[in-house]
Design a protein around this ligand. Sequence first.
Ligand SMILES: Nc1ncnc2c1ncn2[C@@H]1O[C@H](COP(=O)(O)OP(=O)(O)OP(=O)(O)O)[C@@H](O)[C@H]1O
Ligand SMILES: [Mg+2]
Length: 233
Amino acid sequence: MIVVFGTRKGGAGKSTLSLNIAALRKLKGHDVCMVDCDDQKTVTRWNATRNEHGVEPAIPLINALGTDVVSIIREQAKRYDDLVIDVPGRDAAELRHSLLVCDVMVIPVKVSLTDVWALEKDIAMVYELQQQRKAIGLGMRVVMLFNEVPTLPNVRDKQINDLAEVILKMQDQMQAAGIEVCSVQITDRDSFKKVLGKGKSIFEIPPENQTKSDQSAQEEMQGLYDFIYGVEK
Ligand SMILES: Nc1ncnc2c1ncn2[C@@H]1O[C@H](COP(=O)(O)OP(=O)(O)OP(=O)(O)O)[C@@H](O)[C@H]1O
Ligand SMILES: [Mg+2]
């Protein structure tokens, strides 16, 4: 399965989520390769750190930039069962091209008005790409995911409630673009930051060092994993 974490909005959590999902897929024994389509190279750096620290299992990674993205992804899809793709946070060729060949697109969105406003452009882009794909008989699953949701339930509920009206107004456009809302939300947690510089995922924190918050982060990411790949036995 080819999964792209994509949005034109910078800093929404594409790299953080893609590297953790790729690591979890690998830890579960799947044949996964990461594809870094961002010249910022966040996931490439994380992966290099992982290799420097000798973290096992190693995760294959390739870079794909510019207009070669489609052919590189197609080539890698023949070699691996799964690809997890990270793209730049702007309206880049790499984002649009990877969306032409993926099975699933995950759009991370922070719980803020500016981020939800920015979603409108993503919806229009997804609609356009869905039309292009439909013309050649290729469907695409698109999932909108709230990321960095506040930890405190009352703060979270208030923030989401405040955005409800804006999101409601976008509902028809989202439906037309085939975008579903993920039933899982990913909370704002330190767990993601503390493992990054070690080349690890949140699933690789030694059990004796794991906090309750780390375990909650793992449960949420497992929920996202199940939403993308389906529940495994
Ligand atoms: N759920 C989360 N909890 C805490 N911090 C998070 C979470 N998701 C992302 N972050 C932090 O937010 C920042 C931006 O995340 P990230 O780099 O993954 O976003 P991005 O969408 O890939 O950005 P860019 O558009 O620049 O590529 C990072 O510091 C990351 O650690
Ligand atoms: Mg990134």
